[in-house]
Design a protein around this ligand. Structure first.
Ligand SMILES: Nc1nc2c(ncn2[C@@H]2O[C@H](COP(=O)(O)OP(=O)(O)OP(=O)(O)O)[C@@H](O)[C@H]2O)c(=O)[nH]1
Ligand SMILES: [Mg+2]
Length: 311
């Protein structure tokens, strides 16, 4: 499998070319999401650097993330910017039905737009992100999209990885996630730039938004930015517009408070760590069976030696 040296052919000015270029991008992303570390490195070395606004959406399963993202993408695409949606789906075979349902719903909502949608499996990654998400986002960015919306699964560790890879992190909760708010005391809520209490057409949403708002007030006491808490519902277009404005406001806030250099350095370190984690995983899988019973310190030295040899 060779993924090196492939160049972008996307040309938004010509819809026929753009359609075939999107086919190319889809194939390239499939390869990148399954690539070995050495293949990923080859792509990275040949890829043009680019930057897109990256907006991440995270939150419990079924909170309505995909529906909200599709509606938001439709509203933002109407401004004439090129948008891509990358949805990270849990790899478990049990959820493959949900995965397809997600795509069908999003495709239907975005049928008459130019928004690019791609679902990727989360792989073995323990944090709910795709193992190769950093590579995938770099490839989508190199394609020249102005904005990338990323959907990730779950609540917990995922926020910390997503936090580094996106500019704006939107935490989406359903109106009945009260116990999850309790479970989030360890700081997950505070990592969000915007909190959305979704399905606000159902009872309990306003109460939930108030509860979250009072938890987030702790940030003010610590001299940090307090994330806005918004109510949203799929059938309420005005609520989607409010979210869109909140994202723009956060983009402006970030331009004033977080330097591009700081962001670039944090992403480069995250990317390096994810490549190293994957590489160590690859090497551990190739260990001969007689090594496996050895003392941990010996296996460790062996893997470090292999890492050096393959570096
Ligand atoms: N009542 C109500 N239902 C909604 C709303 N938005 C989405 N839903 C429904 O909630 C269910 C889950 O929606 P999704 O958009 O797939 O949620 P998700 O968070 O992407 O789900 P996963 O990707 O599986 O975690 C679907 O049956 C939607 O039709 C809403 O605003 N109100
Ligand atoms: Mg979804």
């Amino acid at each position: 499998m060779s993924v090196a040296g492939e160049t972008s052919t996307r040309d938004p000015a010509d819809s026929r070319v753009a359609a075939s270029a999107r086919g190319d991008l889809a194939r390239r992303l499939s390869r990148i999401s399954r690539a070995t570390v050495s293949e990923s490195l080859r792509v990275l070395r040949t890829q043009a650097e680019a930057s897109a606004r990256r907006i991440g959406f995270t939150g419990p399963p079924g909170a309505g993330k995909s529906t909200l993202i599709a509606r938001l993408a439709k509203a933002r695409a109407a401004r004439g910017e090129s948008l891509a949606i990358i949805a990270i789906d849990p790899s478990s075979p049990k959820t493959s039905g949900a995965l397809l349902g997600d795509r069908v719903r999003m495709d239907a909502l975005l049928a008459d737009t130019d928004v690019y949608i791609r679902s990727l499996p989360s792989g073995r990654s323990a944090d709910g992100l795709s193992d190769n998400l950093a590579d995938v986002l770099a490839a989508v960015e190199a394609e020249g999209f102005a904005e990338i919306l990323v959907e990730t699964v779950g609540v917990g560790q995922v926020e910390y990885g997503a936090r580094t890879l996106v500019d704006t992190l939107v935490l989406t909760m359903g109106p009945h996630s009260g116990d999850q708010v309790q479970a989030m005391k360890a700081g997950v809520l505070e990592t969000a730039d915007i909190v959305v209490v979704n399905k606000a057409d159902l009872p309990g949403a306003e109460r939930m938004a108030q509860d979250i708002g009072s938890v987030l007030e702790r940030n003010r006491a610590n001299g940090r930015r307090v994330a806005p808490v918004l109510l949203a519902a799929a059938n309420d277009a005005e609520s989607v517009e409010r979210l869109s404005r909140a994202i723009d406001e956060h983009t402006q806030w970030r331009e004033q408070h977080v330097s591009r250099q700081e962001t670039g350095e944090a992403r480069a370190l995250f990317h390096t760590r994810s490549l190293l984690n994957r590489r160590i995983g690859e090497l551990i899988e190739t260990l001969p069976s007689n090594t496996r019973g050895a003392p941990v310190a010996d296996i460790y030295s062996h893997v470090v030696r292999l890492l050096n040899e393959s570096g």
